[in-house]
Design a binder for this molecule. Structure first.
Ligand code: WT7
Length: 651
């Protein structure tokens, strides 16, 4: 592996600054104004959205934990689906809104803005006909097919709040998310199709609904045509529901602060949180960041490889690009099927201009060598992006040199489910790049660093600490659904007056930001966010497991791997079958994304005398770093550490 100078700078590629929407001068001027005259800045910027009733108020925010509220453009009214569809009809009704590429390379289709309008209106009317009302929560558990986007936009059109659950989650995980938001409606498909394999979505919903209780209707898209169990009183065929519905549906005027969606995400403790985003501020943020970060121009083909089950799919497959009238590519498959050149083949097939993916995918494809990439021309590419986890410089350089042929800037966008869209990111015509750095804050974003004692570090010069954001931005989440106190406790209590991100970061002498990873008990496995507590609770729900502790460790492709320390009941010694059994158990409890990578049986875990597990020690052992285990003298039984070291799992 080559050595990388962390300060090596890759300048904005030749000619790019001249043609970009934003150049360095404009960035500096706009960024300064966004902080010094936020009202003026946002009053103008929010005009990118069509308002049914214009707003007069800009922001009303308090991060004081006794009076925490976040409101943007609060007296304005709008509808997100109108912004994503109707307003483009006059100019681009026959242009492609969604370019769908199926799992099978022979399967694709183009949906124009007019067709999108009709599909969304029909479904919106269909939803109303079965009793969905404004404010109702609708769970969407779908493969990557256009109907997933129709479902989101149809909910938005009638003011229902969607909660998309990633199709890779288990029935149990789905059930928890259905009951947490008391969702009475589920939209799903008979089966999903990925990499030539089917996923039993409808069967999973059937199981979930059994335990989640109060679901009235399940709408089922026929994707594969598989025979699925059918409950006549509950299940509704999608095609039947929309057939005969009017292709027009008056959009519900929504207050800017009415909820648009809930999206569950893992935290360091307890069950996943329902991150709630509202309509006005989110739409402004989605549209604005999509345009500036991707330097988006009308007519371009834009591809974000995320799944709509994650926030990246919400903001950068559906709401951002469609708000901007873009052609957004939606891909049903996986990067390595039928061959390791699938991404590059799709780029040539559809003449993709912007390609946005995750570091884990880049690392996996880098392992396949340059040949699968070079087999395809990629001549259409103008811009590359990454998201989801820190990218290692090796992967960055491969992406830049081999995939982008040194002509495409890379936007390494740092953000979170909570932030609605990118907060720290290069802009293609502005920012000289450093491999692995998310570079500089976006407009209106004021990042800061905190030390362990809660003191804000100086804003100039090099520093490292916990990353906080010092002021609100329109795309910020508004609450944890059904648990405002948890919202306050999680994000606004550690550093009063600041939003705490859960990430560590470093700022270098050039003012560049480097995200160093989570500082809480959250793992980032292949760009998927998982709470160690969630995995531990899945483990201990197994009859044979007495105790479990989960930590992350560096993994070449996944970024982080899942390392589980497990104590069996009765101190029983583990057999080989136990490992397979436990892995299968966690898959079944949470989903394949949470499958443990390494399981170490431990007769005892390192605990303080008060019974608290010392994770710091477990992390060090999982990282194969025994040099600095810290003080182990406070352990109730210091000898457990030796056993743990001796029996650690080598990779
Ligand atoms: C966490 C948020 C952002 C949408 C997808 C993930 C990590 C995200 C980067 C990046 C370094 C990153 C952070 C963050 N992360 N992007 N460019 N560089 N780390 O959303 O599931 O809410 O996860 O992903 O640790 O806190 P999420």
């Amino acid at each position: 592996m080559s050595h990388h100078d962390p300060n090596e700078i890759y300048p904005v590629p030749e000619g790019r600054a001249e043609t970009a929407l934003i150049n360095a001068e404009r960035y500096t001027q706009m960024y300064r104004r966004s902080l010094e005259d936020p009202d003026g800045f946002w009053r103008e910027e929010a005009r990118r959205i069509d308002w049914m009733t214009p707003f007069t108020e800009i922001s009303d925010v308090s991060w004081d934990k006794d009076d925490l509220h976040i409101r943007w453009f609060a007296d304005g009214k709008l509808n997100a689906s109108v912004n994503c569809i109707d307003r483009h009809l006059a100019e681009r009704a026959d242009e492609t809104a969604i370019l769908w590429e199926g799992d099978d390379p022979a399967d694709d289709k183009a949906i124009t803005y007019r067709q999108l309008y009709e599909a969304v209106c029909r479904l919106a009317n269909g939803l109303k006909s079965i009793g969905v009302q404004k404010g109702d929560r609708v769970t969407i558990y779908m493969p990557m097919i256009p109907e997933a986007a129709y479902a989101m936009l149809a909910c938005a059109r009638i003011g229902a709040v969607h909660s998309v659950v990633f199709g890779g989650f288990s029935p149990d995980a789905l059930a928890g998310r259905i009951s947490d938001c008391e969702s009475r409606f589920v939209i799903t498909a008979d089966e999903g199709l990925r990499g030539g394999k089917t996923i039993p979505l409808k069967a999973n919903v059937d199981k979930a609904v059994e335990s989640a209780g109060d679901v009235d209707q399940v709408i089922v898209v026929r994707r594969t045509g598989a025979d699925v169990a059918w409950d006549e009183t509950r299940d509704v065929d999608y095609a039947t529901l929309v057939a005969g519905q009017d292709a027009n549906c008056d959009p519900e005027p929504m207050n800017a602060e009415d909820p648009l969606f809930i999206l569950y995400t893992s935290g360091s403790t307890g069950k996943p949180k329902g991150v709630l985003h509202t309509t006005g501020g989110y739409m402004v943020w989605a549209s604005m960041t999509h345009e500036y970060v991707f330097d988006y121009r009308p007519g371009e083909i834009y591809w974000c490889t995320a799944d709509v089950g994650w926030v990246t799919g919400h903001t950068y497959i559906v709401y951002g690009p469609l708000a901007n009238g873009a052609t957004t590519l939606m891909f049903e498959g996986v990067p390595t099927w039928p061959g390791p050149d699938r991404f590059w083949q799709v780029i040539d097939k559809h003449k993709v201009n912007t390609f946005y993916t995750a570091p884990t995918a880049i690392r996996a494809l880098m392992r396949e060598g340059d040949e699968p990439v070079k087999k395809h021309s990629r001549a259409s590419l103008r811009l590359l992006g990454t998201v989801g986890e820190p990218i290692n410089p090796e992967a960055w350089c491969w992406y830049y040199r081999v995939v982008g042929e040194e002509r495409c800037p890379i936007v390494d966008t740092w953000w979170q489910t909570e932030t609605g869209g990118a907060l720290i990111t290069p802009l293609p015509g502005v920012t000289d790049m450093k491999p692995g750095s998310a570079t500089r804050p976006f407009f209106g974003v004021e990042p800061a660093l905190m030390d362990a004692d809660g003191k804000r570090l100086a804003d100039n010069g090099a520093a490292e600490g916990n990353l906080v954001i010092a002021r609100s931005w329109p795309g910020q989440m508004r609450t944890v659904y059904g648990d405002h106190q948890r919202f306050i406790d999680t994000y606004f209590t550690a550093y009063p007056g600041y939003y705490f991100t859960g990430d560590g970061a470093r700022r270098d002498t050039d003012g560049y930001w480097w995200i160093t990873g989570r500082v809480d008990d959250v793992l980032n496995v292949s760009g998927h966010r998982l709470g160690t507590a969630e995995i531990e609770s899945a483990l201990v729900s197994h009859d044979d497991i007495a105790e479990a502790a989960v930590v992350g460790y560096p993994h070449d492709v996944k970024g982080q791997g899942i390392y589980c320390y497990v104590t069996l009941m009765g101190g029983r010694k583990a057999e080989d079958e136990d490992i397979a059994e436990i892995k299968a158990w966690v898959r079944q409890e949470i989903g394949p994304v949470a499958t443990p990578d390494l399981i170490q049986f431990a007769p005892g875990l390192p605990k303080t005398r008060s019974g608290k597990i010392m994770r710091r020690i477990l992390r060090k052992i999982a990282e194969n770093d025994f040099s600095n285990l810290g003080d182990t003298s406070t352990l109730a039984d210091p000898s457990v550490v030796e056993d743990l070291i001796e029996n650690r799992k080598n990779r």
